[in-house]
Design a binder for this molecule. Structure first.
Ligand SMILES: Nc1ncnc2c1ncn2[C@@H]1O[C@H](COP(=O)(O)OP(=O)(O)OP(=O)(O)O)[C@@H](O)[C@H]1O
Ligand SMILES: [Mg+2]
Length: 317
């Protein structure tokens, strides 16, 4: 079996018989990190050998992961509001809820739908069969649900496991102009798959002191992913929940903007109660209140995201 250190991503080959426990604690001999490891299930519904092909397939500029190890920084809010805003720019969008919390699925009012886990169990069926329409034209969803936790339990650490999402998404990419992947505030199976499948990463960063550390951690992870599984990955930071009345909030924005110059979106999402009101009705801000601060800022962001993805089509200098 292969186990992977969640901090430095070094892979270790461990004899299958080294332990009979399904979960055990391991210490990385490279960086010293202590972490829980899972023994992958022997009965695998997919052949990991097939994933060898996905390893070499190109990742697509249209695929964007929304990721930050810090929780509550507006990853899910950004997926929903950016996704709907992109459809208003006449783009066909797929939202992938790749978080077992299933917040994005709930935010779209979707219940009890089949998930990516179900898709992996029925590998003979196209991914299309698991993608559902939403109440918004041109916006479709690959839902999450309770059984998504099993992906981590069963597959994390198995050979080529981080290519599972890329392998399946590659079969539907042509149907969409953008694919946005919502990720959980942890690394493990979900974030490693999402970052391996995406050419772009949008990193939401709340304008508070602790969030700046989350950005640092995710940028470090992206560098590792670039070296190990996805050489084309590029990232950009999005500032969220800015409180213009708070001097601390403005100061942090200024500091990070100058530190990460050229790697941040110009659009900044301000604190806006409309987002919480809209959430109660399972709506994005732009539909609930089109002229609201959040609604207009997410639409501006959508325009920037289009430019960000098209920038790679310029010839390299
Ligand atoms: N600009 C904003 N103004 C006010 N509230 C916001 C804003 N953005 C997000 N929120 C609220 O902050 C909370 C956390 O947002 P969200 O669930 O999108 O974060 P997350 O990063 O996806 O969290 P997790 O790490 O748990 O997945 C939600 O209640 C959301 O409505
Ligand atoms: Mg979330």
């Amino acid at each position: 079996m292969i186990i992977i250190c969640q901090r430095c991503m070094t892979r270790f080959h461990l004899d299958d018989d080294a332990t009979d426990k399904s979960t055990f604690v391991a210490r990385c001999t490279v960086c010293g990190h202590l972490f829980s490891a899972y023994k992958p299930n022997r009965v695998q519904e997919i052949t990991f050998l097939d994933l060898e092909k996905a390893r070499h397939d190109k990742t697509d500029d249209r695929v964007i992961a929304v990721s930050n190890r810090k929780g509550g920084v507006a990853k899910t809010t950004t997926c929903l509001n950016l996704g709907v805003s992109l459809t208003l720019l006449k783009k066909r969008v797929l939202l992938v809820d790749f978080d077992a919390q299933a917040n994005l699925t709930l935010a779209l009012g979707q219940k009890e739908s089949p998930t990516f886990y179900d898709a992996q169990k029925e590998i003979g069926k196209g991914l299309d069969a698991f993608i559902v329409p939403t109440k918004y034209p041109n916006l479709r969803l690959l839902p999450s649900g309770r059984n998504m936790v099993l992906l981590n339990k069963k597959y994390f650490g198995a050979g080529n496991f981080e290519y599972m999402l890329k392998d399946r998404l590659n079969t539907v990419t042509e149907q969409f102009d953008f694919i946005l992947i919502d990720t959980p505030p942890s690394i493990e199976y979900y974030t490693l798959n999402a970052l391996t499948a995406s050419n772009r990463v949008l990193i939401p960063c709340q304008c508070d002191y602790l969030s700046t550390h989350g950005v640092d951690q995710v940028l470090r992870l992206i560098r590792l992913i670039r070296e190990k599984s996805n050489p084309h990955i590029q990232s950009r930071i999005l500032f969220t929940m800015l409180d213009r009345n708070s001097q601390a909030s403005r100061l942090i924005l200024q500091k990070i903007q100058s530190f990460y110059q050229g790697k941040t979106f110009e659009t900044v999402i301000e604190m806006d109660g409309v987002l919480k009101e809209a959430q109660i009705l399972n709506m994005p801000a732009i539909q609930y209140s089109p002229k609201s601060t959040a609604g207009t800022q997410y639409l501006e962001l959508a325009k920037e995201v289009v430019a960000f993805t098209e920038s790679s089509m310029l010839p390299a200098p």
